[in-house]
Design a protein around this ligand. Structure first.
Ligand SMILES: [Zn+2]
Length: 413
């Protein structure tokens, strides 16, 4: 029997907050209370710390296979554990593209061998993400949880309709990356969001909209959802917290909002329009970034950035942030995670709300340090990350890199 007790800790999840001990046994939360004792348990000191359900990321790029100079499944998993994430959905724009079972199989096998965080591959909608011929969605189905041509939108509506019909039959969602290639403009996003919502309504498909950045497309989504369309949507930490006025024209797709639009996104967030925050973690080498490659290495700064700019500023509560980083995305991925409640998987994160740090290159466990946040002070440090009762990250140490069994770093009670 494997038991971990986190003692005397503030506990916050989407349903509220409390204080006391939390017990994880054989991978599941089994008790919450005060002064609990469990024979043979390992103990983490929670005093002065806050325990949240671990985060779930619906949208990351681990660049593996194909671009190991930017990231691979190992360093991406380290970054995830450091950021407080225990489940990550990785996009199909690898080399080769995840448009056939062998690629998804490679990702799952490597993730299994790493035994660090859960990795959920997304399959491509079209072969090679070329937007011309549908991938074999049925052959991919046992290995992927959803389909997306992330990085490009599926511009041909007839192909998308066929993909949606097949996805309905296979019981999986389509993730829409609402952009037209070569037209990085809010209008492009709005047109594609409107089209994809209408197509989802017509086909009965489950649609998830990725990284919404335009207040108008958020409004289209809100209306469609109210009308019963099976749709969910994510927003990124950088679109909620950074604006062109604040950090200039940092290269990222969709581009950073103007300050006015950013405030509208925060208002929509507060109104509960979004289902999840997703990082769109997009690592690049300094050389690729200098050539204008779009994206932010965002997994490790996601929580501290949102905590500093939204929670500490009093714009949202920590419970609301937890809903968007944990419960919401866990529901979309259909995982029994996202709440610190008996019967849920024992995935949690311990954060230090009053610990601040300045983001520098040494902060990142990701291979890539491309972020407009270098030199910025953030609060809300992730101290420990726990997956199914196993401590996978503790104060700078990562399981598999710095230790092999968490008994080496966690004391017995
Ligand atoms: Zn992406």
């Amino acid at each position: 029997m494997n038991v971990l007790i986190i003692r005397d800790v503030r506990v916050v999840d989407a349903l509220g907050e409390g204080h006391g001990d939390v017990v994880i046994q054989d991978g599941f939360f089994v008790a919450r209370g005060r002064g609990l004792s469990w024979p043979g348990a390992l103990v983490l000191a929670g005093e002065g710390r806050t325990l949240l359900p671990a985060f779930v990321d619906l949208h990351a790029h681990f660049r593996d296979p194909g671009f190991p100079e930017k990231e691979d499944l190992t360093t991406g998993s380290w970054a995830a554990a450091h950021g407080g994430f225990t489940a990550v959905s990785v996009m199909a724009n690898t080399d080769p593209v995840c448009d056939r079972p062998e690629v998804a199989h490679y990702i799952l096998e490597k993730a299994r061998a790493l035994h660090l965080v859960e990795i959920y591959p997304v399959g491509a909608v079209t072969e090679g993400l070329q937007g011309e011929k549908l991938a074999d969605l049925q052959a991919l189905a046992p290995w992927v949880w959803a389909y997306s041509d992330d990085g490009r939108g599926v511009e041909r509506a007839d192909l998308l309709v066929e993909a949606m019909r097949q996805a309905v039959a296979l019981g999986k969602p389509i993730l829409s990356h609402p952009e037209f290639s070569g037209w990085p403009h809010p209008l492009a996003e709005e047109l594609m969001v409107a089209r994809d919502l209408r197509l989802a309504q017509a086909t009965g498909a489950t649609l998830h909209l990725q990284h919404l950045s335009s207040p108008h497309s958020v409004e289209l989504f809100r209306q469609a959802k109210a009308a019963g369309v099976r749709a969910t949507a994510e927003v990124t930490p950088h679109h909620l917290c950074l604006s062109q006025e604040g950090v200039g024209n940092y290269s990222v797709n969709p581009r950073l909002p103007r300050e006015e639009a950013r405030c509208a996104l925060v208002e929509a967030f507060r109104a509960g329009v979004f289902d999840a925050v997703a990082t769109d973690h997009a690592p690049h080498t300094p050389q690729d970034k200098a050539r204008g490659a779009p994206g932010i290495s965002g997994m490790e700064t996601a929580f501290p950035l949102l905590y500093t700019r939204l929670v500490r500023e009093g714009l949202i509560s920590l419970a609301e942030l937890s809903r968007h980083l944990s419960l919401g995305p866990a529901r979309i991925l259909r995982l029994r995670k996202g709440l610190v409640r008996v019967g849920f998987e024992g995935d949690c994160v311990l954060v230090e709300e009053d610990e601040s740090f300045v983001v520098d290159e040494a902060f990142f466990l990701s291979k890539s340090k491309n972020t407009p946040l270098l030199g910025t002070r953030l609060w809300g440090k992730v101290w420990a990350t726990i997956h199914r009762g196993e401590v996978i990250y503790l104060d700078g140490l990562v399981r598999g890199r710095d230790y092999h069994d968490h008994r080496q770093v966690v004391r017995a009670g």
